[in-house]
Design a binder for this molecule. Structure first.
Ligand code: NAD
Length: 284
């Protein structure tokens, strides 16, 4: 029987450490680290995510504001907004809540962020720093996944890691982070042939697809560390991941649950990145 990797408990520890640093920053600089979130439109899931981020920031002694813009906001208006926040010296972190409404071009909005304030770690400059192995602001979800892998007592060095999914948000950055820690990394995706055989070789599986229970227990190597990033809604309204949790528990060594695994770590890392951005900006 696998052990459950408790993302809530791990996130609580990260948030506690962030709060200590945020309070030290206030003492030293006379202001709290600040996070500004831009939310365009009225997508219900995005509204919940933003509200959760707002509450978590407040609890961690991070100040900030949510800028709620109407769905009719144009590309030019959003660019002006983000450029304004980037230029404001009192703001340390900026997050543009994704996905944006279809008429807006996410990549060019992200590219106009000040990379020093890009707490989502999605700006091409920060993606480049990750690529060359230098410290920068790194994407929150993959950073949280790495923390959970280490919290499970797993050193990726020499292990075979299979990442399912190749998005800029999760799959590609976590593959680079695992490589940085000396894992042998395979990136699988929608065109991968015989996914089951690929996954079966993995000591570490990171599933970031968005398909309920795609990964079966029979696909897993006994003792594998399984990090389930997926968030899917079942017909009964309950959330589940990309991995069949009950089956994985019978085969794997360590498994993250959904909910209560990667999700809480993502928010904790957003807060950590905000404090890091504030500290770095204060030093530069
Ligand atoms: P995405 O849609 O951008 O990417 C999905 C990836 O899965 C693609 O690269 C695609 O090639 C791959 N894929 C699709 N079907 C596949 C299949 N049958 N077999 C193998 N690969 C397949 O999604 P994303 O933004 O990377 O998010 C992935 C999942 O993780 C979603 O469920 C999302 O909600 C969730 N997510 C969770 C958190 C969190 O905090 N827990 C954060 C980000 C994303």
């Amino acid at each position: 029987m696998a052990s459950i990797i408790d993302g809530k408990a791990a996130a609580e520890l990260v948030r506690g450490a962030v709060k200590v640093r945020a309070e030290a920053f206030l003492q030293q600089h006379g202001r709290s680290p600040s996070l500004h979130v831009v939310l365009v439109g009225d997508d219900p899931a995005s509204q919940v995510y933003v509200r959760n981020k707002e509450l978590a920031a407040h609890k961690a002694s991070i100040s900030g504001l949510v800028h709620r813009l109407p769905i009719a906001t144009t590309q030019a208006q959003l660019l002006t907004k983000v450029q304004g926040l980037s230029a404001d010296p009192a703001i340390d972190g900026i997050l543009v809540q994704l996905p944006l409404p279809k008429h807006l071009d996410e990549q060019s909005i992200i590219a106009c962020l000040d990379p020093q304030k890009d707490v989502d770690g999605l700006h091409p400059y920060n993606a480049g720093l990750l690529m060359v192995g230098r410290p920068g602001l790194r994407p929150c979800t993959p950073s949280g996944c790495m923390h959970l892998i280490e919290a499970a007592g797993c050193d990726p060095a020499g292990k075979h890691a299979v990442v399912i999914g190749r998005s800029i948000l999760v799959g590609k950055p976590i593959a680079l982070m695992l490589l940085e820690k000396n894992a042998t990394v395979t990136i699988a995706h929608s065109k991968t042939a015989d996914l089951m055989s690929v996954v079966r070789q993995a000591d570490i599986v990171v599933a970031a697809v968005g398909r309920a229970d795609l990964v079966k227990g029979s696909w897993l190597k006994p003792g594998a560390v399984v990090i389930d990033v997926g968030i899917n809604k079942k017909s009964d309204g309950k959330l589940c991941g990309d991995v069949d949790f009950a089956e994985a528990m019978a085969v794997a060594g360590h498994v993250t649950p959904v909910p209560g695994g990667v999700g809480p770590m993502t928010i904790a890392w957003l807060l950590a990145n905000t404090v890091l951005a504030a500290e770095r900006r204060a030093m530069s």
